[in-house]
Design a protein around this ligand. Sequence first.
Ligand code: SF4
Length: 128
Amino acid sequence: MKDRDAVDMIYTRSIVSADENEANMQNAMENWHLGPEETSVDPTDNKEFWSSFADVMSLPENQARRLFCANCEYFDNTPETMKLMEKIPLTDFDMDGGGRGYCVKLDFICHNLRVCQAWDRKDFEAED
Ligand code: SF4
C-alpha cells in the first residue's frame, strides 16, 4: 500500500482568493475561450461553442471535443488541491462542469468538462 501521507511533505501549491478566482475566470471566458457554459457529454450538444473552439484550435470539431480541462497539463485535481479549493464557495458554475480542478496556467478553478484555448496535452504514464 502506498504511503498517502508522503505527498504532504512535498506539496507546495497555493491558490488565489475567491475574488481573484472570479476575476481570473472572467479573463478566461473573455480572452481564452473558456467554455462551454453548460457542459454535456452528448457529442452533439453545444455545437456553437465547440465549433468556434475547433476554429480557435485549428482542429476538426470531433478532435476539439476530446480536449477538456480534465486532460490538460495545467489541471490540478490532486486531493491536496481539492482541499485548498474548499475555501472558495461553490458557485452555479461549479454545479455543472463535472467537478473542480485548479488551472495553474490561468489561476482559477476550472472544471473537468470545460476547456480553453491554453489547453496543452497532459502526459499519461502508467506504472507496470
Ligand atoms: S489551461 Fe487547461 S486547465 Fe486551464 S482552463 Fe485552459 S484547458 Fe482548463
